[in-house]
Design a protein around this ligand. Structure first.
Ligand SMILES: Nc1ncnc2c1ncn2[C@@H]1O[C@H](COP(=O)(O)OP(=O)(O)OP(=O)(O)O)[C@@H](O)[C@H]1O
Ligand SMILES: [Mg+2]
Length: 506
């Protein structure tokens, strides 16, 4: 027999939420020592399938077979004991505990010997080639290090299956390489790895096999070698999708000099300095224009955006000037910035993007009401419907799901609601931070078109993105940040991936 016996099988797996299928009749198998990529559009059921495997969600019908035995896990702790671990889209560690304590979660003894767990933690970090202090509190760690702790925890529990939900979404290219290196080492030890990704190139490169889900159904499983980008996209969306081309301009080019709203400088940032992260940063944004801000993670882009919109405490600011339409501004809280028409669309939707237990319609309508000119005494159902209809359609948010609470949305659809909510505020300046992170390739053009429309309507738009094709496709002008300052500026007509990369690194 040439086929390897699978370590895990889901047979005719179905999960319904209130009668709606999240996944339906899925036959999935995983082999020891393979890296298996799970791909699909936003809401296709990827996270659901993974949560079922990890015991966080239970099948409505179908079978789960682990190492030849039917199993049914009531909680993630049970799956972990059986050797199935999951590294979540949003991390599952306890922020107020140390790294060492987190590694022991689920294995606690009655009395914790701190010395012992710290030593064990140190050893496990070393064996994985990680450099994380066991005594550090998890809340002080960045994304990459938190992920390392989760991986170390899985290894500590002798996991035979490790599942990663979008592990590379917030990592630098270097950190991604490190993670993939680790995948290879775990594979060599016979561990089976499942990872979800919206970056098709990395899935094609890293995975042994690829499974594609569409509308909750499994539409393809096969060797990665036999697939290429275009065929994967076709499987994902069930139709052809054009590449990330320059966004088509509606009507007149916003950069045309005769367009009246262009060339008025809306936002000026002058020599702004904060801590060690932002150093003498200077740039401007003009009405009717999309400025792309490229750079590596850690170049100070998010921080300067947070200073502008009042999300950072003022006393962090060491110097410099920020002007809105020529008047100096300095906000203590984001609400003041919103009142003046400055909106920042965060990269961290979980933390400050929206009200999780409200519906998408309510979130979008609240965004609308936050704008001073739309302030109302009464909450109007009719107006709520009009406003949310418009954005739901513009961003392709599935209409079926609109009565769901935001926490019941898939990750990528949550991101679309965050964008819709902010756009409904009808701002003067919009700063997007990684606007399409976690959004599937099919939906990215919709978000890009909406961004372009904002500029066409006369807003000054800044887009922070680490993804160069995105920067190139939506920007009129490209800024490159490095080490806390803007080091390069170019017109989009002269910008290339190579030039931007060079400026970002050198
Ligand atoms: N707790 C829940 N209640 C209701 N519906 C849910 C719940 N969790 C998920 N769903 C629905 O199940 C479907 C699949 O969601 P899932 O999170 O698995 O998608 P995904 O493939 O991971 O998408 P993304 O790429 O956006 O992360 C979606 O339509 C989602 O709205
Ligand atoms: Mg998901």
């Amino acid at each position: 027999m040439s086929e390897v016996e699978p370590i895990l099988k889901i047979v005719a797996g179905t999960k319904t939420y209130g009668g709606v299928h999240a996944i339906e009749g899925v036959d999935f198998d995983l082999r020891p020592g393979e890296i298996h990529a799970l791909l699909g559009e936003n809401g296709a059921g990827k996270s659901t399938l993974c949560k079922i495997i990890a015991g966080a969600v239970q099948l409505s019908s179908g079978e789960y077979v682990l190492a030849g035995e039917p199993v049914s896990f009531a909680a993630p702790g049970e799956a972990l004991k059986a050797g199935v671990a999951m590294v979540y889209q949003e991390t599952s560690l306890v922020p107020s505990m140390t790294v060492a304590q987190n590694l022991e979660l689920g294995m606690e003894k009655l009395v914790t010997d701190f010395r012992k767990i710290n030593i064990a933690a140190q050893q496990s970090q070393q064996s994985l080639n990680f450099n994380v202090d066991p005594l550090a509190l998890v809340e002080t760690l960045g994304t990459a290090k938190r992920q390392m702790v989760e991986i170390a925890r899985a290894v500590r529990h002798d996991a035979r299956v490790i599942i990663f939900d979008e592990p590379t979404a917030s990592l630098t290219p270097e950190e991604i390489q490190h993670l993939f290196h680790l995948f290879n080492r775990l594979r060599a030890q016979g561990v089976a790895i499942v990872f979800i990704s919206h970056a098709l190139e990395e899935a094609l490169e890293m995975a042994d096999r690829i499974t594609v889900l569409r509308d909750g159904k499994l539409v393809h499983t096969g060797p990665a070698k036999e697939l290429e980008r275009e065929s994967v996209i076709r499987l994902m969306v069930g139709r052809e999708v054009t590449a990330m081309n320059k966004v088509e301009l509606t009507g007149e080019s916003p950069a045309a000099p005769e367009t009246p709203h262009v060339h008025s400088r809306v936002l000026t940032v002058e020599n702004v300095t904060m801590g060690s992260v932002v150093k003498n940063m200077s740039f401007s944004a003009y009405a009717g224009e999309v400025v792309g801000m490229a750079g590596l993670v850690g170049a100070g882009r998010t921080e300067v955006a947070q200073i502008i919109c009042g999300a950072r405490k003022r006393n962090f600011l060491r110097g410099g000037l920020i002007l809105l339409n020529g008047k100096p501004i300095r906000y203590r809280v984001p609400r003041q910035a919103v009142r003046d028409g400055i909106v920042y669309i965060t990269e961290d939707r979980k933390l400050d993007g929206f009200f999780e237990t409200m519906t998408a319609d309510d979130n979008i309508y609240l965004g609308h009401l936050a704008s001073p000119k739309n302030r109302r005494w009464l909450y109007s159902r009719k107006e709520r419907k009009q406003v949310s209809d418009r954005w739901v359609e513009a961003l392709g948010i599935s209409a079926l799901k609109r009565s769901l609470k935001i926490i019941e949305y898939s990750g990528g659809n949550q991101q679309k609601v965050v964008v819709a909510k902010s756009l409904a505020q009808d701002p003067k300046v919009v700063i997007f931070d990684e606007p399409t992170r976690g959004v599937d390739v099919g939906a990215i053009p919709q978000i890009h078109r909406s961004i372009r429309e904002l500029a066409d309507r006369g807003m000054a738009v800044i887009v922070i993105s680490s993804y160069l094709p995105e920067i190139l496709s939506i920007s009129d002008r490209v800024l490159v940040a490095r080490g806390g300052r803007i080091v390069e500026e170019m017109a989009s007509s002269e910008a290339t991936e190579e030039k931007i990369m060079y400026a970002a690194i050198h």
